[in-house]
Design a protein. Sequence first.
Lengths: 109, 884
Amino acid sequence: MPKLDTLQGSLDLLVLKILSRRPRTHGYAIMAAIQETSGDVLRAEEGSLYPALRRMEEDGWIRAEWITKDNGRRARIYELTAAGKKQLAAEESRWQAVTSAVNRILRTV
Amino acid sequence: MSLSSRLANAFRPDRLNRDIEEELASHLEEAIEQGRDPVEARRAMGRTAQHQQQSHDIHVIAWLESLRNDLIFGWRQLKAHKITSLAAILSLALAIGACTSAFRLIDALFLRPLPVAHADRLYVLSRKGIGFDNNPGEWNSWAYPLFQQMRDAAKDQADLIAVSYVDRTDITYKTDQEMEKANLQYVSGSMFDIFGLHPALGRLLTANDDRTPGAAPYAVISYDYWTRRFARDPHVIGRMVRIGDDIFQIVGVSEKKFTGTEPGTFIDIFVPTMMYRAVNRSDTTWISTLVVLQPGVATEPLRLKLAAISHAFEANRLKGETGLSQETLKNVLSNEFLMTPAPNGASGMQRTYGQALAALGALVLMVLLIACANVANLMTAQAAARAREMALRVSIGAGRRRLVQMVLVESGILALLASIGGALFAWWSAPFVISLINPPDFPLRLALPADWRVLAFGITVTMGVVLLFGLLPALRASSVQPASVLKGGDDPHSRRRVMQTMVAAQVAFCFLVLFIAGLFVATFQRLSNQPLGFSPDRLLVLTTTSRHAQPQVYWDQIADHLRAMPGVERVAQSGWELMSGSSWNDSISLNGGSPSTDLAYFLSISPGWLDTMKIPLLAGRDFRNSDAYPNVAIVNQTFARKFLNDEHPVGRFFEKASDHGTRDRMQVLGVVPDSYYSDVHSPILPVVYVPLHYIDASGRMLPLDKETFIVRTTSSNPLALASTLRQEVPRVRAEFHVSNIRTQQKIDQAQTVRERLLAMLAFFFGAVALLLAAIGLYGVLNYSLLQRERELGIRLALGARAAHIARQVTTGIVSAVLLGGVIGASLGAVSTRWIASLLYQVKPTDPAMLLLPAIIILASAALAAVPAVLRALHIDPAAMLRAE
């Protein structure tokens, strides 16, 4: 099975979900988490992930912070805001609705 | 992320880029650390630049940064075409400035609410219909007893305020010899309270100061007068000022913002109405009545109530009146009673200049449109020159919106610069126009604050202008088809069509401006060349007063003294001077018959007055010293025709029926030609000259407290004698004081101030409009020539004749000019309906009035076309084709 770029429209959901489980995560770790947790099926391209992070930051769903890591390097870490939690819930239920609808069609037809 | 940090980002893109770069670098290191192949990881990050761009675009309001670039680029573009940019900016600045200036005047006079409480509930009372002089009109003057009745009746629904006409009068803080002028107004004591005004110093007048005639000799001065006359000296409180025979004590200074209820006039001194001598007289109308409605009161029932009181009062007063014809009484009593909203006050200046200012406003608006069309053409032409650049931009991926923005920003810079120039122009020109309409000795002053209202107007005009002249070229630029342009085959015809439409519009507006300017100039010329019936050359007019009435012999002594002065040719006396606006009128009856409906106008003159004024006698003789009022009279031709059937008037008798019931029988001693009496705009009036020496019923000669000396000087500059004469009068008798000294010429000119103003400004804007339209025309011709140089060169090379080339170059323009002219002429024909009342002996339908602008425009169009045609004819086909 070829590695899929994240499904259209689902990147926000995945990022929000990962951040809700593991707050204060940097971009690379988010990317790695998507790849790992999906069993190497899904992957987020850097070219999509970082603009998405910027956009969500601008929308107020997540907030970012520069921290200095043990090795002295700076990293930008992200966490959910209250609005982000709400957005996650909304995206999750929308996703559920869509996938179950798609499944129903696959089953019946 | 807050807006401010986004704005900050727009202007600090470097820092933001660094931020993103660092994050991506940290990502890369992390990836390598996690065991990813460095080469592969770097390749995944290979599009870093693109990531950065995308992140950045999302991160900031993208256009803010592009705006910055456009601003820089636009500025460079304008600098690259210095002369055209400068011309555009100057013409726009002039037009925007003129518009703003006109707005300032109109706003100050008509739109701005008075700075008083409840200005929105302020009304003014007036009567409209046929007046005592048998002419239609509207009057806002009332007798005080009637005002009192109305005030008491309306007590629960409204506050009524009486304010007198503003009198520029002689006052003194010291001796009679140190008289000065001040604008005096009698006002209801309650006015300050009702208007919610506070004293800047001391106290204001109250209703208590206004209860008993003559009981409260207190004065409040305005802040402006306090500043001008007393340099804000706090010790002004308690100072005594003598006005006429009364001495007033200054008790306070009014609030700074309040300059009176009449826009155009600043009040210096307010005194209570109860201090006016004739306050109890029913036959003296000297106040206007302002009404401040209580909240929620309906106007119509109140108007009806007050109208009924007014009607009953007048009916009672005129009952048994024998000095007026029955028809006059009927007319006067059926006058309509009006209650008009007056949130911005009520003043004579509003009535006199309202229409003139509106006409000027319309003219400057048209000039603005012409200027806009010009700049739009300029931008279109430039856009054409830049079509390749635009096409290139589109083909390398610039968005349409970006192009629109780029051109609009350039227009915006242009408009911004123009509006700065315009603001300076408006700042200077509005007070300048006001100074032009200053009548002699009655300084007109209009508060012209440059506040948010003016600012908002200026900004709106500028924005409108940007859209008007910037949007069209911007849209055209954005719709550019790269393929066709880069091929070199853009359709120049459509662009030329747009420009020709602009030219047609310009010509139409220009025609209209010139047409109206022509009407105003012709009106002013006819008015100033109108023979007055007397000669104002070398005439000095000395309005002379005395605190107490003085016997006639003393006045004659002064006249004799002046006569003996060097440089004086003749001296005569009269009650007042001709054309001053003062008038004295009464009905005429013959052989005890009923009084006439038309009135005759009287003027008291001394023997020799006719000679001094160079009014010849047609029949009979002049007065002698022994002649006295009321026995004899000299009449003008209109009087003789109207009342004496023109049949041997000398020696005949008539009666002057005054409205006090007296009938004075007079014998005609002489007949003189017609001359204007008080107003050059109105028809010639029937005038009766009567002797200045006035003998009352008991046979005593009445003393006078005011007379006018008319002095004909030998020098052509009569004013050279003015200060000497002013000093000589009190040297004869110290009680006498020259209140005013002017030339008769100046007095006559004051009659046509409005027409002169209109003529001057309309002429100026006409010239500007013409210049702009000619520049526009030249620009368009030049452009179309550039576009077709190749084609014309080939035609010339193939042997086309000069006339043919000239026609080729000008044909589109000629039809645009003709079309514009026809539209302008029809607009002109429609517009005259609105300005008819501003014209004098000028018929808008006069073919000459339409012909003149047509000739001027055609001539300028021809002139503007000459350079283009010449250039077209001198195209060197060989050189041109080689260059291609």
